[in-house]
Write a protein that binds this ligand. Structure first.
Ligand SMILES: [Zn+2]
Length: 628
């Protein structure tokens, strides 16, 4: 039934006053979990680039790397050819039939890694959080079948696992795999055991606790696995230390695998087949999407051309992003956005100087962090080394091409271990509708694709731009000072630059933000105030700093425009399944509350719309929270 949006007063419900009518009319396409806001912009970028792909594929004057992306795209579209990948796929997973014991596993581990097959632990090279000019080798727990360990104890667990089992059974049977029942029972059994020893999304949101350096030999001892040969083959030599993401996982790894190498092999074989079979045909792509459809509530798979674009983009995103940025994001807009970022940074500095709950020393260090923060707007000037190495043989099947590209990415990532960190690398491509703060390099990134309406436009009012991108920029900057950022210095190293007292003061304020959001109702579930606290603090800092920055560039700004556009950027209509999934795993709160709860903390909101005690949006001044 449609909600009556005509009689909604802004003082009672800002979000639905601004977005309600649109939400009522919007229809979520069958292949999407949601529409509106960020997702609409993403769809639009995709449409633009699909047109570009079809035009460029007939042109002789195309950048060679972009050409590769287009060839890959066309390869995916050519369905007839894809089936050739089935044999190499099945040959690839036959490696698991030989794994029964620890020795078997140790004999195969390098080949497993080299052919991108699932291992019982994930591993990667990333900036050393203790010394961010260098890289470190990290080991973390593998991802579970259910979206989070907490879902295992929820009523939806048996329903979801059943869908997974049915999907796996029909795919494995149709591929004429032997012992299907045992494979699937082993898979579920191994995953359940795994779920008991891994961190939840809430625990993973604490970055600092994910940094646990160990001497390499100690890790071998705890895992009861000597990985010397494997690491020597992979890196040329064994790294002296390994950083462990999840200590509980490391400590229980030995018991998890003790007599279970066969169970692991089944789990990995099933995961590998279900993950890759989509590459072989549209029929298998459809079959293997049932579980993710159930998780997100989507009714069907995305069209073939979108799938092809997304897969090509998953390897060539930086190249596609640079193309998109150069063509669709102009120099004038870039300079304007840089001036907004500088204005926001200036505001943070001023606010820090006036701060009355941090010590002088801490304030100075915070300002140093702002002074050294690097700004990345639009798209990178140069292509990073990885993309110059990505290559494939056009005559291979799609499965083989994807495997080779994945291998190149994995090998490139490993090759970084003993090299210095290149801080000019972007962690988000220009065609991504998002923004981020990277604590390891103390930089903020705003890709070209988010620098559009309603977030930003040269044709929008200044108030709308500050209510949109201004709040997003302020949000990202505040991550430099949130519960994670407070423990990392201007060079991206873990180095607590706060006094104990400062941190206690901050924690007290943090608790107020947890309280404000914890337990807010959504569907038949609730918001987790702790899982979302960093992002809520960032939203809060974003609005605070954007309001003050707007005042600097415009006399008597119209805050009606500011807050309405702030509510507009969060506009979304989501499927219930998807909303529930996000409540469990997403560190960001639901869009409705990001708009409606957050604005209640600001006196400008009350003044702009004359919000009174009797209005639903009213929050007693004693309960309002402002942190930065
Ligand atoms: Zn954030």
């Amino acid at each position: 039934m449609e909600k009556d949006t005509n009689n909604i007063r802004i003082q009672d419900d800002l979000y639905n006053y601004v977005n309600g009518e649109w939400i009522n009319k919007a229809i979520i396409p069958d292949d999407l979990p949601a529409v509106g806001g960020f997702i609409d912009l993403s769809i639009d970028v995709e449409k633009t680039m699909l047109n570009e792909f079809s035009e460029l594929s007939n042109s002789s004057n195309v950048d060679p790397l972009m050409k590769k992306a287009i060839i890959l795209y066309k390869k995916i579209i050519d369905e007839k050819d894809r089936l050739r990948g089935l044999k190499p796929l099945l040959d690839g997973v036959s490696i698991f039939d030989k794994i029964h014991t620890k020795e078997d596993f140790l004999n195969s581990i390098y080949d497993l890694w080299f052919s991108a097959q699932p291992l019982p632990f994930n591993s990667f090279v990333s900036e050393d959080m203790m010394e961010a000019t260098k890289y470190a080798f990290y080991i973390s727990a593998p991802t579970l079948i259910l979206p989070d360990t907490t879902v295992y104890s929820s009523p939806s667990a048996p329903i979801l696992l059943n869908i997974y089992k049915q999907m796996a059974t029909s795919i494995l049977n149709s591929l004429k795999i032997e012992n299907v029942e045992k494979l699937i029972n082993d898979t579920i059994s191994f995953d359940e055991k795994l779920s008991k020893i891994v961190k939840s999304s809430e625990e993973m949101a604490d970055y600092i606790k994910c940094y646990n350096p160990y001497e390499t030999n100690k890790v071998f001892e705890l895992m009861d696995l000597n990985l010397t040969d494997y690491l020597t083959k992979r890196f040329g030599k064994v790294p002296e230390k390994i950083v462990i993401y999840d200590v509980k996982f490391l400590e229980n790894f030995k018991t998890l695998l003790a007599d279970n190498y066969e169970e692991y092999a089944s789990w990995a074989k099933v995961k590998s087949i279900l993950g890759d079979v989509q590459l072989v045909s549209e029929e298998y792509r459809e079959l293997s999407s049932q579980y993710s459809n159930a998780l997100k509530g989507t009714q069907k798979i995305v069209s073939l051309d979108k799938y092809a674009y997304r897969l090509a983009n998953s390897f060539y995103d930086e190249i596609i992003g640079i193309y998109y940025g150069k063509k669709y994001f102009g120099e004038e807009a870039k300079n304007d956005v840089i001036s907004i970022v500088k204005n926001l940074v200036q505001t943070y500095k001023e606010r820090l100087k006036e701060n009355n709950w941090l010590s002088k020393n801490t304030i100075e260090k915070a300002i140093l962090k702002l002074d050294t923060m690097k700004i990345k707007i639009g798209y990178p000037d140069k292509i990073s080394e990885l993309f110059t190495k990505l290559d494939f043989n056009e005559n291979d099947s799609l499965y083989e091409i994807v495997l080779n590209l994945t291998r190149i990415k994995n090998q490139y990532n490993s090759s970084l271990l003993f090299k210095p960190v290149d801080k000019s690398i972007w962690v988000m491509s220009g065609n991504t509708v998002n923004a981020c703060y990277n604590p390891s390099s103390n930089d903020i990134t705003f890709p070209a694709a988010i620098l559009r309406k309603p977030f930003y436009s040269l044709s929008q009012s200044v108030e709308e731009n500050y209510g949109g991108i201004g709040c997003v920029i302020g949000h990202e900057i505040s991550h430099a000072f949130d519960n994670n950022g407070a423990q990392m210095d201007e060079n991206g190293n873990i180095n607590n630059w706060w006094t104990k007292e400062d941190y206690e003061n901050f924690k007290e304020k943090t608790e107020l933000m947890v309280e404000e959001f914890d337990g807010l109702p959504l569907l038949d579930s609730k918001v987790n105030g702790r899982l979302t606290v960093s992002e809520n603090i960032a939203d809060n800092g974003g609005i605070t700093s954007s309001i003050q920055s707007l005042r600097r560039v415009k006399e008597n700004p119209d805050f009606k425009l500011f807050f309405k556009n702030y509510a507009r950027i969060w506009c979304a209509k989501q499927r219930d399944e998807y909303s529930k999934l996000l409540l469990t795993v997403d560190v960001h709160g639901p869009n409705y509350y990001r708009a409606n709860m957050q604005v209640r903390n600001f006196k400008e909101f009350y003044e702009a719309f004359d919000v009174k005690e009797t209005d639903k949006m009213y929050l007693d001044p004693s309960k309002r929270v402002i942190i930065w």
